[in-house]
Every structure is written in C-alpha cells, then in structure tokens.
Write a protein that binds this ligand. Structure first.
Ligand code: S3P
Length: 431
C-alpha cells in the first residue's frame, strides 16, 4: 500500500488545471447512457469512482468507448438499450455509482445485483431504497435492506411526491432517475439545497424539470436526447486542497483554471472569504449549463469562524480540508450540522479529529461537527488515510505547513477521485 511522504514547503506558486468534476462525470455517463444517440463527454474524470460507473453501465448493455484522453463516448439507445446485466455490478468505493444506478435499475424490467467494497457495503442505502420502494420498486439488501449488496427486481414505477429528511444529492438524483421511467410526476423536496447538477444536466439532455424552492419535479416516462458535446468542468472539491494550501502557506499565489463554481458546490469559497482569504473568481462563464471560472488565491491570514446550517450541503466534501484551514486560522472554528460526515467513505468527523490531533491540532468531536482551536503549529506526524481519499489529501496539505516530515499511510485511495493529486501539487511547490 502506497505511503505519501510530505515535506514542508516554502511557498506555492503557478497556474494549474485540475481534472473533471466527479459528480458531473458520473451523471454525464448515466444520462448519456439513457439518451437516444451519441454523447461525447470531454474532461471526464478518469478516476476509480467514475470508472466504476462506466463499468456498471457497460455491463448494463450500453456501448461506451473510452475514456481515452479523458474523453468518453457513449452511444445511447434510449431506455431500450438498458439490458439485464449478466453478472453482479460492482460500484467499488463509490456511493454515487451505487445510489444513482439503483435509481435507474429499479425502473427496468429485469433482475440485477449491485455491490461495492467493504466501506461502501457499510454505508446506509435505506435513504434511497425507501423512496424507490414507495414508487413501487422491489429492492432487498443486507441488514434489513439497509446495506449492499442490493438485489433489484425492476418494476413499473409510479411517480411520487417525496419529502426527504436528508439534504442528499445522491438520494435526490436516484429518485429523479427512477422518475424518468415512472408513470406520472415525480416530485422531490429536500430540507436544504444539495448540489443541483442532475437538474441542470437533465435540461441539457432535453428533459423539462420544474423547480420551486427546495422542490424539483420530472414527468415520466420519457427519453433523453443525446447530449452532443458535453464538457465537464474542473472539480471544485479537488481544487479545494490547493485553494486551502495557498491560504495557509505564506506568500503563495496560485490560479486554478476552469473550475466548476456552481453555487450549490461553492460553499468553500464563501466560508474562506468570510475567514479572510484572498480569493478572486475570474472569467466566470457558463459551459454546458454549469458555471465555470478561474480561481486565484493569494495567501492571507485566516480567522476562525462558525460553519453550520444550509451551507453544509454546499461544502460537505470539503470539511476535512476546511478543518486544516481552521486549525491554521487565528481563533476557534465551530462546525455543526454536519452529521452526514459520519456516513461518508469513513466516519469523517472521527477521522479528522483523530488524525489532526496527531499533527498537534487541538480538536474536539461533536455529535454533528467539530470544534477546532486555531493557531496550530502543525507538527509532522505519521497519519493514516483510513482508506478515504479526501482524508489522504487533506492530511497531505496539512503536512506542507508542518514542521518536519509527514507520512500518510494507505494513500492509494487518492486514485478514487484525483489520481494526479501528487503531480499537480508538485507543480505548484516552490523549493
Ligand atoms: C454526491 C453527493 C454528496 C457528496 C458525494 C457526491 C453526488 O453525497 O458527498 O461526494 O455526486 O451526488 P450525499 O448525497 O450523500 O450528500
């Protein structure tokens, strides 16, 4: 198993691009598989999670070429092109693959089984199964149908009006994808706005989506039009590691080009700006329905803050790296309303608290968040990713600002979302 060794750096400088957005890549592969005609997806994220989605779709009978040079070509044949997989589908480490594809599979008239790695098999699936079962789906799983592997017997589904207690884009998307084949209107209401890539992309694929506040609806059954040439923006969740690195390492000046800055994902920029960061959003434009911009970050000292409420879904994946920023800031930071972090690739509240403590951070775990004392002088330490890609990268960034060497064990998991992480980081380092 790969170990990352991180040495402290003087400063960061330069201009980089980062790979395609993970959430958007999954959705682009799935929607173009359901569509009638060919979609060419550029800047597709060639990382393990998205490749799991592609492999599952291939097993579901979809003709897909690539990815070659981050371009995926999908020859959709509409709903008729989705066939019974001959073998078990494997979503690997990817919650998005499993939850979104379960929404698709529930509505097709065949039997399928989907599983995942040890981490994914322990993550909650009832949040997706419950609304799908209300639509008429027949899905069973381990532990009282709450855990994968999931066995799905496809059924004719009916639209529902569903009010979710959790702000989860995966649940929202699973229900909307099932709703595309269901009879009548499917309406989904969430307690706070989660990422809205599905809604935006459905419109790009010719499906009318009705939106009102926290409610979104589609009407089925329907067939998507091919997406033509579709470009995936850079992933703000991957950019976040370098944005925060530049915020905590004196004299840094970096620009990250072509990053998706959809407001439902850009909570990290809002919080860092509130903390005193010097971040400018440049050349903002719309590409394939998504806001894209270049992000320039100049070092500036940060102040602690409080983070909670509706902003949480807008930065949910960035909390491990935000905790590093909070530890470096002056004063205390309190994060609340982030209980969802317990159900990610690992329990991220526990993992962040325990691993950052090894680096000298004074940090307390709350049932739904973290209290992080600032002014930390990080010490180099021997840390463990716990198999979680975002933990591995967050700890590496803390290591850049530490006194002495840091090692991050079990760091292969970086490949889940950002295989080029080390190369991009090295290209910004000024010795
Ligand atoms: C994702 C939604 C979020 C996020 C995950 C990707 C998506 O999960 O944490 O990394 O692509 O829809 P939840 O839906 O569980 O909040």
């Amino acid at each position: 198993m790969n170990t990352l060794t991180i040495k402290p750096v003087k400063t960061l400088s330069g201009c980089v691009s980062i790979p395609g957005d993970k959430s958007i890549s999954h959705r682009a592969a799935i929607l173009s598989s359901l569509a009638q005609g060919t979609t060419k997806i550029y800047n597709f994220l060639t990382a393990a999670d998205c490749l799991s989605t592609v492999e599952c779709l291939k097993k579901m009978g979809v003709s897909i070429e690539g990815p070659v040079n981050n371009t995926l070509v999908v020859h959709g044949q509409g709903p008729a092109g989705i066939k019974e997989p001959l073998d078990v589908l494997n979503a690997g480490n990817s919650g998005t693959s499993m939850r979104l594809l379960t929404g698709v599979l529930a509505s097709f008239p065949f039997y399928s089984v989907i599983t995942g790695d040890r981490s994914l098999r322990e993550r909650p699936m009832e949040r997706v199964l419950y609304p799908l079962q209300k639509m008429g789906a027949e899905i069973a799983g381990r532990k009282g149908s709450t855990r994968a592997p999931l066995a799905i017997t496809g059924k004719k589904l009916s639209g529902i009006q569903y009010v979710s207690t959790v702000a989860s884009a995966q649940v929202k998307t699973a229900v909307l994808l099932a709703g595309l084949q269901a009879y009548g209107k499917t309406t989904f209401t969430e307690p706070a706005l989660s990422r809205d890539h599905t809604e935006k992309m459905l419109e790009h694929f010719g499906i009318p989506v009705t939106k009102s506040g926290l409610t979104v609806s589609v009407r089925g059954p329907c067939t998507l039009k091919a997406g033509g040439d579709f470009t995936v923006p850079g992933d703000i969740s991957s950019a976040a590691f370098f944005i925060i690195a530049a915020c905590i390492i004196p004299a840094s000046d970096i620009t990250i080009c072509g990053v998706g800055v959809n407001p439902t994902r850009a909570g990290i920029i809002d919080v860092l700006t509130k903390m005193g960061a010097n971040i400018s959003i440049q050349n903002e434009r719309i590409e394939c329905g998504e806001s894209v911009a270049d992000i320039r970050v100049l070092y500036a000292p940060l102040q602690g803050t409080s983070i909670g409420g509706d902003i949480i879904p807008r930065l949910i994946d960035e909390i491990p790296i935000l905790s590093v920023a909070a530890a470096a800031a002056q004063g205390e930071t309190v994060i609340t309303g982030a209980e969802e972090l317990k159900y990610k690739e690992t329990d991220r509240l526990k993992a962040v608290a325990e691993e950052l403590r090894k680096m000298g951070v004074n940090i307390k775990e709350l049932p739904d968040g973290l209290v992080i004392e600032g002014n930390t002088k990080f010490n180099g330490a021997c840390c463990h990713s716990r198999g979680d890609h975002r933990m591995a990268m967050a700890l590496s960034i803390a290591g850049l600002a530490a006194a002495g060497e840091t090692t991050v064990n079990d760091a292969d998991c970086v490949d889940i979302s950002f295989p080029q992480f080390g190369d991009v980081l090295n290209s910004l380092v000024v010795e």
